[in-house]
Design a protein around this ligand. Structure first.
Ligand SMILES: [Zn+2]
Length: 380
């Protein structure tokens, strides 16, 4: 029978472990899901949360399951580090005090803490007692890239569930199957989403996101001929597009608040507003990261062509643009350009303004690839 765990793509062992612990009523009070980026950890945490609060045991289709998936269920909280370097103590204290409150709609409460490897000793200390003995109706799910990256005091108090690295071809097949697209389009989506299968599935299904990718690639084309005003204009255009889906999210938030305003107290409204704000900023970061991921995957393709390994090209639909760029540059320049992409990714995490991040990225790519006095003959 189909259930929420079906969506944990590429991790059959995790699926069967979670199903059997649910069936045998052996749910742990704390889990540590650890594995590389893109290994379906968030999907698995969502499925487990659905199974714990859904009246049908995690059907994946009812209104409760849908609310969990949309991060709208009051008893399922998704947390990500709020500080640039990781969790801040105040955030952990807020989680700890929330844990002690009774569930609102379900029989249990679930907390999903992304990037538990970014919890330093001070934040971990504030969390230890809760992690050791949460209330009986609370389940904590911590996610981390590696088990070793998590402080031993945290890791030792959780049931560790390893997620395997999914090979690229298998990941492309999974995305292709789930989104009903060709494997080559699936690879494009994976490249734009930093390898995350779940995000790649929604990326390739969205015409608006695929159009966004085309615009990012378009902004890279002819960059060597672009003057400073042109570069700034391209960056501004990309930021506008990156923020476009946020309008929809914002409108949904406002509608939700309007519908519930009558029976929500002031404190609850304030809490929802804060959560909405966090969600908006997470969405906007995701869009900006996609610009960096798309540029990065394009450059890796250029590098592959420069190194005479054209079979490695992921963005097969823009192969001719990749080849034109490879003709105009050399490997050392592409490597420098990839460094600029990494620098942009860090700047995004440090909350530098989107306009600044993206225009700095385009200027640095132009400089790295063509030098400041680029010959204006060949074109990208
Ligand atoms: Zn359900």
């Amino acid at each position: 029978m189909a259930d929420a765990f079906d969506g944990i793509l590429g991790q059959p062992q995790v699926r069967s472990l979670l199903r059997s612990s649910l069936a045998g009523d052996r749910v742990s009070h704390a889990y540590l899901f650890h594995g590389p980026a893109g290994s379906s950890k968030t999907r698995a945490a969502t499925a487990l949360a659905q199974a714990l609060v859904c009246p049908h045991g995690g059907c994946g289709t009812c209104e409760v399951c849908a609310k969990v998936a949309r991060h709208r269920h009051p008893d399922v909280r998704f947390e990500a580090p709020e500080g640039a370097a990781g969790y801040v103590v105040a955030q952990v204290r807020a989680i700890v005090s929330d844990v002690s409150l009774a569930p609102i709609q379900a029989a249990r409460k679930v907390y999903v803490l992304d990037r538990a490897d970014l919890m330093n000793a001070a934040a971990a200390n504030a969390f230890l007692k809760t992690l050791e003995e949460p209330p009986a109706d609370v389940v904590l799910i911590l996610l981390a890239r590696t088990r070793e990256g998590v402080l031993p005091t945290i890791a030792s108090r959780c049931l560790a569930v390893p997620f395997r690295q999914i090979p690229p071809d298998e990941a492309a097949d999974l995305v292709a199957q789930a989104a009903d697209v060709t494997p080559s389009r699936a690879r494009v989506g994976l490249a734009a989403c930093g390898g995350s299968i779940e995000r790649a599935v929604s990326f390739v299904k969205s015409n608006e996101r695929m159009e966004f990718r085309r615009e990012v690639l378009h902004a890279l084309e002819g960059l060597e001929m672009a003057d400073a005003w042109d570069v700034v204009g391209r960056a501004r255009g990309l930021v506008v597009l990156a923020k476009a889906p946020l309008d929809e999210v914002r409108a949904a938030h406002e509608a939700h608040l309007r519908d519930h305003a009558d029976f929500l107290g002031k404190a609850a409204v304030r809490q929802i507003e804060l959560r909405n704000k966090r969600e908006l900023s997470a969405k906007s970061l995701e869009s900006l990261r996609q610009i960096a991921s798309i540029a990065g995957s394009f450059l890796r393709d250029v590098l592959a062509v420069c190194a005479e390994c054209p079979d490695l090209v992921q963005n097969a639909d823009v192969r001719s643009q990749v080849e034109r760029c490879a003709l105009a540059v050399d490997e050392a320049r592409v490597v420098r350009a990839l460094d600029a992409v990494s620098a942009c990714e860090s700047a995004i995490s440090y909350n530098v303004s989107p306009e600044t991040c993206v225009s700095a990225l385009l200027f640095e790519l132009r400089e790295a690839l063509y030098g400041s006095h680029s010959p204006r003959s060949a074109c990208l």
